[in-house]
Design a protein around this ligand. Structure first.
Ligand SMILES: Cc1ncc(COP(=O)(O)O)c(C=O)c1O
Length: 393
């Protein structure tokens, strides 16, 4: 099985991180603590498992592999459950406090104490699936109307799962970045409130809250392993997942934090391109990657501030190793656990297996028998039909 990965072509660039403290100023300890305190009180909260893949680590001649499996998060199928719902709630809290000139708690909002006022605050976002699902679910939990913009390639299964949560789903022509623009323009026209997982000039608070929500995941990881990993492979869309994880890991482990390797599809490599130029770049997406959650052409500005100070490597991976990596988790080596992983979950794993099987990449990333690798399995089978097709392959 591992043979599928040995000849796949990874593009790698080493990166000399800028010095700075973005990991604790862009996202502060308070941001993370507040998010964790709130989210862990929600009904259905449970830490997701951190699986050790011993047989795979042996086969790759590295010390250990830890896979954080976000498939069961709040029954929504991905880590994104932590971000959009929380950012939506914080936005409603700020807006209500302003309108009513009162300090209003999130607990009172969730309890329905201000239900008539909340019903007048419409939340809107663009999504390729998981962020919108989180926002739709949150909006339903605290009673706000929700509009979700999707692009032409978002699968009908993913669209329906948001309708099922009560969202009004609007499909536009064009790609992800076009759906972000449409959501923004319509929000302005209609006095709706954008809850985006990506930031741009002048738009920062909801993306900060989204990334702070992701810190719940890292908070769990640091209590699930005692020794810090040496490497973490983090998949990138706009970079929010990577930035949230890096910042909270570094706040916890400081100088013992792992080497950060950012992984993207070669079809949507905006962070890789930004690393090469040492400044934010747009990547023109010509073909959609199977890893729908990673199909982003523009980095989040705030996320980039954290990445540029903390990431040592940027890698792009080819499409041909997506399905084999999903199958490797579903039909594992030896006694490793069987894991249901969606397309965007496996970018780190596919890249690790591929890199560890190639001498030059092992050297470039300093992978050895002493390496302890952390991976974020960011979603389960969020589109069951696509998952079934891939498993049948
Ligand atoms: C399952 C999954 N993994 C990873 C990502 C990438 O996250 P980000 O866009 O914050 O880099 C996404 C984004 O939608 C996702 O849905």
């Amino acid at each position: 099985m591992i043979k599928d990965f040995a000849n796949s072509k990874l593009e790698h660039t080493g990166f000399d991180p800028h010095s700075g403290s973005a990991y604790e100023t862009v996202l502060t300890r308070d941001d993370f603590n507040n998010a964790t305190q709130e989210i862990t009180t929600w009904q259905g909260y449970e830490a997701t498992p951190l699986h050790e893949l011993k047989a795979l680590a042996d086969a790759l001649e590295i010390d250990s592999i830890y896979y954080k499996d976000e498939g069961s998060r709040f029954n929504l199928g991905s880590f994104k459950a932590l971000g959009g719902a929380y950012a939506g709630l914080k936005l409603v809290q700020r807006e209500l406090s302003k309108r009513l000139d009162l300090k209003i708690s999130t607990a009172d909002i969730r309890a329905g104490k201000y239900k008539d006022d909340v019903a007048k605050i419409t939340l809107v976002s663009a999504t390729d699936g998981n962020h919108g699902r989180s926002l739709s679910w949150g909006a339903k939990m605290f009673g706000a109307p929700c509009k979700i913009y999707i692009h032409s390639e978002v699968s009908e299964g993913r669209a329906q799962s948001m309708r099922d949560l009560g969202a009004d789903v609007i499909r536009i022509d064009g790609d992800y970045d076009a759906s972000v623009d449409s959501a923004r323009i319509d929000a302005e026209k209609n006095d709706w409130f954008v809850v985006s997982d990506t930031s741009w000039e002048g738009y920062t608070q909801p993306p900060v809250d989204v990334m702070a929500g992701y810190g719940v995941m890292t908070n769990e990881i640091v209590s699930q392993i005692s020794v810090p990993p040496t490497h973490v492979f983090l998949q990138g869309g706009v970079g929010g997942l990577a930035a949230g994880v890096i910042a909270s890991l570094r706040q916890h482990w400081e100088e013992n934090s792992p080497r950060v390797i950012i992984v993207e599809s070669e079809l949507a490599a905006c962070l890789y391109k930004s690393a090469l130029a040492d400044e934010i770049q747009t990547f023109e997406i010509e073909e959609e990657t199977l890893m729908a959650g990673l199909s982003c052409g523009e980095p989040s500005e705030l996320a980039w501030q954290i990445l540029r100070e903390n990431a040592q490597d940027f890698i792009t991976m080819p499409e041909e190793i997506v399905a084999p990596a999903m199958r490797l988790l579903a039909r594992p080596l030896g006694d490793d656990p069987k894991i249901v992983a969606g397309e965007s979950a496996i970018a780190g794993l596919a890249t690790l297996v591929s890199a560890a099987s190639q001498k030059s990449m092992r050297e470039a990333l300093s992978l050895s028998a002493r390496s302890r690798v952390l991976l974020i399995g960011s979603e389960g089978a969020t589109d069951p039909e696509i998952y079934r097709e891939i498993m049948a392959g």
